[in-house]
Design a protein around this ligand. Structure first.
Ligand code: PLP
Length: 377
């Protein structure tokens, strides 16, 4: 498949090549241990990931989607509660809110960062609002200083969707560097293979500094068991990170910072190479880890034309995401319609994601940029 592309949109084979011997050794260790569910590898990874994020607890679960759902349940959010989130992050959050039995409330985003607009959040709060899920979209932290201030004023629980933001950070009002997971009460991470920290299969985690919620999450991921065959927690499910994925993640975790730095370097190459074109590139912030490199075109027609041009010339590209959550058939009954979230809708028609991964070469970035140049005029 990848031979069809001059520059593939993603290339996980490349990213695992340098680590292959270590990955195989880790897999062998697990295979030979004879222990595959909730053992020493998961415990060690949880400690290592919590330390990397600068939080007290990490609970490994089966996926990022489950991490969001379990975080909501652990925090006691359910029927009758409203949870505010955004509509430009591919439905994961709304699906989790609905599964928890709560009511999703969608707000618009900031046109520059494409993250939750704090003013829109404040305006959407009602007496039933219990929680807010800001998404750190594309690897950039949401405006957490403003969001935390609003949440604290209204007593809301904040669950960060950090699935695209492992290692991303920004400064708080006191000038302290705070990473994804260090702002809200809980954070949900995904280790889907293409994420900044990816397993070789599915995986996810919830992080928190809250001791009781951490305990509750450990029960919820394991049928609700307090101990073997004894439950105090109704409604638990099976959502465990497995030993094999944990062992593979332990190989990759020490390389996360360098991989994020490499993404940032490539973002800089794109930004310079595209500077004179009528294209908006992501505004840079030092803590942005560029899970995706998303450009914004002047209008919908130009975006679609450029997308087709790139694909026709062997340059992988994609749209994250083409149809906002509130316009998805599954969520028609939430009561939104075209025009409800004008900035989200406008951006969905004009954005385009370019290849972005740590192993992308300088020549490849230049080839993408030159192909864009030829296609946009
Ligand atoms: C990938 C992703 C998820 C879901 O993670 P899975 O591990 O695929 O279930 C949730 N939220 C965001 C923003 C994501 O990018």
């Amino acid at each position: 498949m990848s031979t069809l592309w001059r520059v593939p949109f993603g290339d996980l084979q490349r990213s695992h090549q340098a680590l292959q011997a270590d990955l195989i050794a880790a897999a062998k260790r697990v295979i030979e241990s004879g222990w595959y569910i909730l053992g020493t590898e998961v415990t060690a990874f949880e400690q290592e990931f919590a330390a990397t994020c600068g939080v007290a607890y990490c609970i490994g679960v089966a996926s990022g989607a489950d991490a969001l759902y379990l975080a909501l349940v652990a925090a006691g959010i359910g029927s009758g509660d409203e949870v505010i989130t955004v509509a430009n992050a591919c439905m994961y959050d709304v699906a989790a809110i609905v599964q928890a039995g709560a009511q999703p409330v969608l707000v618009d985003v900031d046109p520059t960062t494409q993250n939750m607009d704090p003013t829109a959040l404040a305006a959407a709060i009602t007496p039933r609002t219990k929680a807010v899920i800001p998404v750190h979209l594309f690897g950039r932290l949401a405006d957490m200083p403003a969001i935390m201030e609003i949440a604290e004023r209204h007593g809301l629980i904040v669950i960060e969707d950090a699935a695209q933001a492992h290692g991303a950070w920004r400064l708080d009002d006191t000038g302290r560097l705070r990473q994804a997971g260090q702002w809200g009460h809980l954070a949900a991470f995904s280790f889907y293979p293409s994420k900044n920290l990816g397993a070789l299969g599915d995986g996810g985690a919830v992080t928190t500094n809250h001791h009781e919620w951490a305990d509750r999450l450990r029960r919820l991921r394991m049928y609700g068991w307090e101990r073997k065959y004894y439950t105090t927690e109704p409604g638990g499910r099976n959502s465990r990170l497995d030993e094999l994925q944990a062992a593979l993640l332990r190989v990759k975790l020490p390389h996360l910072a360098a991989a994020n730095a490499a993404r940032r370097e490539r973002a800089g190459w794109y930004t310079t190479a595209l500077a004179d074109l009528p294209i908006e590139v992501p505004s840079d912030e030092p803590g942005h880890v560029y899970h995706l490199f998303v450009i914004t075109l002047p209008d919908h027609t130009t975006r679609d034309r450029l997308r087709n041009h790139l694909l026709a010339h062997g340059i992988g590209c994609d749209i994250h995401y083409p149809v906002p959550t509130h316009l998805q058939p599954a969520y028609a009954d939430l009561g939104y319609r075209p025009g409800s979230l004008p900035i989200t809708e406008d951006l969905a028609g004009r954005i385009l994601s370019l290849p972005m991964y740590p192993e992308l070469s300088y020549d490849e970035v230049m080839l993408v940029a030159e192909t864009i140049r030829a296609g946009i005029i």
